[in-house]
Design a protein around this ligand. Sequence first.
Ligand code: ZN
Length: 338
Amino acid sequence: MLTDGFVYLLALYRDEGTPLGQVAVDVDWEPALQWVRLLAMREGRRLEDQSAPLVRPLWHESGRPYLAAVRVALATSSADRPVSCDFTTLYFREAARAAAAAFVESGRLISGERLRYLVLALTGPTRPSTETAPRFTVRRREPAGAPAERALLPIPGCTKSIGSPHADDPPAFIGQHVLDEIAGLAERETEVETGGALIGHLYRDPSAGEVFAQITAQLPAQHTSATATRLTFSSDTWVAMREEAVRRGAGERLLGWWHTHVGGSQESDDADEAQLVGRVSPLNFFSHHDCALHRAVFPNATSLALVASPRPGDGIEFGVFGWRCGLLQSRGLHVLKA
Ligand SMILES: [Zn+2]
């Protein structure tokens, strides 16, 4: 990743404006990069395999070193302009939360206090020579398989949607039978959390300039450890689910994961509401732990997570979570009858 030689700092302030301090941040650019990859895929543009992404600060009107946004760009294999997207300083939200947590730990801040942050980009020290640095090989987690071409499914023809579909998101569809299976499993296991994989196909509609996902099945997870407030997948879990997807022979790929939040579950070690995405009801949220798992296993912009939680006396409530513009947000799924 090229960052034009800049290092990024957060300046934290109390809500009324008193400065708290500045901290350097090691920015996780991967979700932004994946969003730019999605934009390229939508337009059907081939990315240059070997080219490094470029991150460039866009200055705030008050001038350097304050940021209004960062532009993340990827070169395409043709000679035309790169594919790029501008990410506002909201992109630094998680880094700001981590910095604030460190202030709380050191006793300089009271937990629960409201803060503001500004993002600064400074010209950093040049990197040391890599000549003597140890070498290692990076392997892709997922085969790079390009999506098959197919006309976008008619969204109004769907029976319903769950979660919060948004116009910026790549549309995603799920069969009602998949939701029914997950609901059945969630109703059967009410003491501890349970979960699995969402598999299906990724398509691209060239005429609509859109990429969309169709979830065709769920695979219950094996090799997990579960409590009432946390489900932990092991590396064996993901290996087994990938093998099962291949064994089915339908060309399905891993599109995401699902898990339950059982009665009374607050994933309590992460109960700080500020760290949770989309709490629409007591159990329908994405915890800090959920965010960490999704980032580690599903950084692709099209990946989704489904949270199934019992609604007392009224079946199962589904929450949908995933990436939008490099941030984990509430997402939506259109439900297909068959
Ligand atoms: Zn969870």
